[in-house]
Design a protein around this ligand. Structure first.
Ligand SMILES: Cc1cc2nc3c(=O)[nH]c(=O)nc-3n(C[C@H](O)[C@H](O)[C@H](O)COP(=O)(O)OP(=O)(O)OC[C@H]3O[C@@H](n4cnc5c(N)ncnc54)[C@H](O)[C@@H]3O)c2cc1C
Length: 567
């Protein structure tokens, strides 16, 4: 089609230098759930098939305006901090583009923040994971407050009267960004503030202090003074905060707006100028005698907030798998419509290798995320039945750390390779790939960076040695299906034999655990082509260090056909 048609006078001809061709059509209007076969199958397999219709409805919606417009607009128009109003009054308000609020509303109305806490269905976590992964195809930034609102609930239950007050608000499916008391809105969004300047991984180094307003103790009122170096989504209605008391580090619930409508002593110093995640606000805050109530026992702050941390780590796994899915869709779409050297790129043998490798990684991450979500369902059911060290609970604990380490580590290079499949335009903002790429490292850093997660695996193993048995039991369900997996399982068992060097080797050990788990899931549940490529490249050393190094015997056709979003 001609870019500019010359008019009768021929003046337009001056601009008619070329015809645009060999460019892909826009990828619009797809059902981002139903076209994601590895996810659709995993949802059914892990017990949440009932959510398929609902997820497809969300998938169709997300493939429209959220994916085409909202994500871009919310990122291009970054949040702006207003510390004061025009008269000089302190207001601590962050102004967002309307697209941010549309994304937040979509998340809340689809219960991404609440489903497991409001539904009696035994697979509610798994169902939520499917909805979450679907919504994240539009944009990842709003996942942060969505996740924190989801994750705060189990931690809050440590203080039943606070849970009774706040849980109905936190699980409401209406979104209201106004700075008024949450009880007036009937809904609430939550954040968390642990990290301080002198320590994030090592939160016991926190210097923020909580002083009791009365006799103190669990559920009592305190005043909190100090700072937090990272506090994302600072427009949230309520935060879990760690602060020191006489008894040690304790956990507090701190509302941003007090019951009388006044602002708590919660001051936003500045917003972080982040690598990515631009739609979302992350801030530095100071607390000047802010009113809060203690959650859980004094001195048990880490033990209390760890429930929230654990659930955010689950979402780091789901979110990383979601990012990989978006990368696969973009790369396969572009290469299916772009030719070079006389052939459509998706038919060029070496490009097929890259695409298939990206598809395999994406499917392995999706399978792990969904299996892990089922573990949350099962662990929750066991807890309801009064158990506290069931197999599901031990698997959940260990596999969360393993999965968080590995899927989050694999995401950035996966995004980069997908970006490169688009060539130069992949490096240009309009393609959406830079946004995906910049987002990718965040889940790995947040809530336990790579080393911290690896050490967390060792901690879980040393506290409950039986958790390794439970983990291996899951992995060994794939035994006998592929000798390369069998050998890897044997090798993994051997890696625990020298405890002296275990800490030094922790990353390698955790990587092996993750690969065995993913391999086991794929040999049991994925098409043979996917499982075979995974075992060859990830377990038997027949692949290289970069994507696009699958061995020649790989069934590239089957893998790519499965990974592509059929429009
Ligand atoms: C965009 C963004 C949003 C965030 N939002 C929030 C938020 O809302 N609330 C909040 O509380 N925090 C938030 N954080 C903070 C985040 O959780 C911390 O940055 C993270 O936990 C790491 O802490 P740190 O930055 O102090 O790094 P450090 O703890 O100093 O760690 C630096 C490095 O050392 C490694 N390391 C640490 N201990 C060991 C060890 N024993 N052995 C080997 N290596 C080790 C870590 O893995 C890391 O690679 C956010 C961070 C980002 C980037």
């Amino acid at each position: 089609m001609a870019a500019v048609a010359p008019d009768a006078s021929g003046r337009g001809a001056a601009f008619k230098t070329h015809t645009v061709f060999n460019q892909p059509p826009p990828l619009e209007g797809i059902d981002v759930f139903s076209s994601n076969l590895p996810l659709v199958e995993a949802v059914g397999r892990e017990g949440a098939g009932w959510v398929t219709g609902r997820a497809a409805e969300l998938g169709r919606f997300v493939g429209g305006a959220p994916q085409q417009e909202w994500g871009r607009l919310a990122n291009e128009n970054r949040p702006v901090l207003h510390t004061h109003d025009r008269y000089g009054n302190r207001i601590d308000e962050v102004e967002f583009h309307p697209a941010w609020h549309q994304l937040m509303r979509m998340g809340v109305e689809n219960e991404l923040h609440s489903l497991p806490w409001t539904s009696d269905d035994p697979a509610a976590h798994t169902a939520r994971a499917a909805l979450y992964m679907t919504a994240m195809q539009a944009e990842a930034g709003f996942a942060c407050p969505t996740t924190m609102t989801f994750a705060v609930v189990p931690a809050l239950r440590a203080q039943p009267e606070l849970a009774a007050e706040w849980e109905p608000l936190l699980t409401s499916s209406s979104y209201d960004p106004r700075s008024i008391p949450a009880s007036e809105k009937g809904s609430a969004i939550a954040g968390m503030a642990m990290t301080e300047k002198q320590g994030g991984s090592d939160v016991r180094a926190n210097t923020t202090v909580a002083t009791p307003l009365g006799s103190g103790g669990a559920g009592a009122e305190y005043e909190i003074t100090g700072h937090k170096w990272f506090c994302s989504a600072p427009m949230s209605d309520v935060f879990l905060v760690l602060a020191q008391t006489d008894e040690g580090l304790s956990c507090f619930l701190l509302p941003r707006i007090l019951q009388d409508g006044s602002r708590n002593q919660f001051h936003i110093q500045r917003l972080k100028d982040k690598l990515g995640n631009h739609s979302n606000a992350s801030s530095e805050i100071e607390l000047h005698g802010a009113w809060a109530r203690m959650v859980g026992e004094p001195g048990r702050g880490v033990a209390t907030i760890i429930e929230m941390v654990g659930h955010t780590r689950l979402d780091c796994v789901i979110g990383s798998a979601a990012g990989m899915r978006a990368a696969v869709v973009a790369a396969t779409h572009h290469t299916a419509h772009r030719s070079a050297f006389g052939r459509v790129l998706i038919e060029q043998p070496l490009m097929r290798n890259v695409l298939a490798d990206l598809c395999v990684e994406s499917e392995a991450s999706t399978a792990l995320a969904m299996r892990l979500s089922r573990a949350y369902d099962e662990a929750h059911a066991d807890a309801q039945a009064g158990e506290d060290a069931s197999d599901a609970q031990l698997f959940k604990r260990l596999a969360t750390a393993v999965g968080k380490y590995w899927t989050c580590k694999r995401a950035p290079n996966h995004a980069f390779e997908a970006l490169e499949c688009l060539g130069g335009v992949g490096y240009v903002e309009e393609s959406g790939m830079p946004r995906l790429y910049r987002e990718a490292p965040l889940a790995s850093i947040w809530e336990g960076s790579g080393n911290v997660m690896s050490l967390d695996v060792l901690r879980a193993l040393s506290r409950t040695p039986r958790s390794l048995e439970v983990f291996m039991h899951e992995v060994e369900q794939g035994s006998g299906a592929d000798p390369r997996l069998d050998r890897s399982i044997t090798d993994l068992k051997g890696q625990f034999s020298d405890p002296q060097t275990l800490e030094m080797r922790a990353r390698r050990v955790v990587e092996s655990m993750a690969l065995c788990l993913q391999g086991s899931l794929l040999v049991r549940h994925a098409p043979a082509a996917v499982a075979d490529a995974f075992c060859a490249s990830r377990l038997a050393g027949e692949g290289g260090l970069e994507y696009g190094t699958l061995p020649p015997g790989t069934d590239f056709d089957a893998i790519i056909a499965r990974g592509r979003a059929q429009t």
